[in-house]
Design a protein around this ligand. Sequence first.
Ligand code: G6P
Length: 377
Amino acid sequence: IQAEKGGYKHFMLKEIFEQPRAIRDTTLGRISLDTGKVFLDEMKISDAEFRAATKINIAACGTSWHAATAGKFMIERLARVPVEVDYASEFRYRDPIIDPASLGVLITQSGETADTLAAQREMISKGSKTVAICNVVGAMIAREAHGTIYTHAGPEIGVASTKAFTAQLTALFLFAMHLAQVRGTVTEEESRTLIEQLSLIPGKLRDALRTSDKECEALARLYSNARDFLFLGRGIHYPIALEGALKLKEISYIHAEGYPAGEMKHGPNALIDETLPCVVLATRDSTNRDSRLRYEKTLSNIQEVTARSGKVIAVATEGDDQIGQLIDHVLYVPDATELLSPVLEVVPLQLLAYHIAVRRGCDVDQPRNLAKSVTVE
Ligand code: G6P
């Protein structure tokens, strides 16, 4: 088993470091740098059906649900189709409004999660076609789907999902781009720029891993005894805050909550004191106006926390020398186009959770009470 860990202390750490390869393999053969075109694997869904879709329903559980929630931003921004995201366990029981013009999407690492399979069957019974984003070839959900985009992350052993998550984000980006191209909502020039950005992600991930690992280990020494953590983000960074909180809960058993940064004043501000670390996602894409505005708002949220003696750990974009003046701890990740920056900014959150769990002596790869795949409803 030691050999299978490839020299790493845990599967989870090995899988975190495999992410550059997982992302490259997920895009391999599916993108053209010359034309910016995206090619999905063969599907029983025609371009005409992709064009006619009036809505997209995504259902998933756990980490895959966080990918779905980030995917909503990608699909709506690029393809201009409304997206609804559901916890698969809730979907069937709310008599969801779906019809043949809604397209179903199921996101699942294992392809076997009982609730996700049940949601897919509900969609199909109401006449929707379904696309699976799945990491296990031939899994049940992939077999029942009208098309599958496999995330080529390779087998994931650690119960806490890492490389499968970033591969899901990548697959969702490919899906959103494809939909946008078929529906004519992106220009050829935009496509080329975005696909070029995508092709740079594996190299940037390598940089992020190199710089974050030691820093997260040092932060773990400072914060491994915290009782609670908050994770804050805006826009597409909000689901990444949720994922950061989930990683910490799952493997270190520290209570953690993810929140949209703008909601702090509606409750969570009451929790802030000098014992509560807040991890704030504060990356920015200087080419994007909304992203710049969100960044400014996030900086004010950071100031609200520090004014109440809260401790802030920010994840920010390399080259941002403004944020370091406000707070003690900044974890830098490379610059990226906003829809892809989640793939980079989740890395320090994974490593922070990992190092805190190791310091607390937890069983990182097999946390108590959890299973890798949940095949009962
Ligand atoms: C379990 C795992 C999680 C995973 C979730 C959904 O709770 O521990 O890591 O995110 O199931 O699994 P799926 O295979 O459908 O992505």
